[in-house]
Design a protein. Structure first.
Lengths: 114, 110
């Protein structure tokens, strides 16, 4: 049973460019959340997708957008990259039907903006 | 909004017991979770408290007091492999949004 998989593992982009990160949730999970984790900080909630719609959003600008596909996989897009967007981007999946169900995280995508 | 505060660093001796505290501010939530993250790794779930009181899972226990807006994670019989960052997190919202705290870096020394 594959867990949460993310691609790519590492990415280097230039300021102003656009990036797309991908996530496949754990089998049986239908909800995907994206987090940004700066070095030495806790994961910051970006947004959450369920039934192909954005359900909740954290305090991130519109440059951050996403998508969820019918197979529950998800993409995170970041436009007009800033140096401050350099971070580890984590995808987490969970089943929607259980209150308090654990988030299962992927190993993340390390994004470096130069 | 929501916020969670934790001590930034804790050091403890192998074999000892350590408690990591978490205070939070929120207008409403379902429960308090704890996650462990080793350097370079992904966060992994440890425990969840929906109700006040103590939840025990092996060497780990977690406590919640809603009236005090406070929780803690207790690690017993510390092992070197327990050296990691620990995050408390609030579960809230209709679709189980999870908001993480600032994290506590635990160093276990021989």
């Amino acid at each position: 049973d594959a867990g949460v998989t993310q691609s790519p593992t590492h990415l280097i982009k230039t300021r102003g460019q656009q990036v797309t990160l991908r996530c496949s949730p754990k089998s049986g999970h239908d909800t995907v959340s994206w987090y940004q984790q700066a070095l030495g900080q806790g994961p910051q909630f970006i947004f959450q997708y369920y039934e192909e719609e954005e359900r909740q959003r954290g305090n991130f600008p519109d440059r951050f957008s996403g998508h969820q596909f019918p197979n529950y996989s998800s993409e995170l897009n970041v436009n007009a990259l800033l140096l401050g967007d350099s971070a580890l981007y984590l995808c987490a999946s969970s089943p929607s039907y259980r209150v308090g169900s654990p988030l299962h995280f992927g190993n993340g995508t390390r994004l470096t903006v130069t | 909004g929501q916020s969670l505060e934790q001590p930034s660093e804790v050091t403890a001796v192998e074999g000892a017991i350590v408690q990591i505290n978490c205070t939070y501010q929120t207008s409403g939530f379902y429960g308090l979770s704890w996650y462990q993250q080793h350097d370079g790794g992904a966060p992994t779930f440890l425990s969840y408290n929906a109700l006040d009181g103590l939840e025990e899972t092996g060497r780990f226990s977690s406590f919640l007091s809603r009236s005090d807006s406070y929780g803690y994670l207790l690690l017993q019989e510390l092992q070197m492999k327990d050296s990691a960052s620990y995050f408390c997190a609030l579960n809230s919202g209709g679709y189980q949004k999870v908001t993480f705290g600032t994290g506590t870096k635990l160093q276990v020394i021989p």
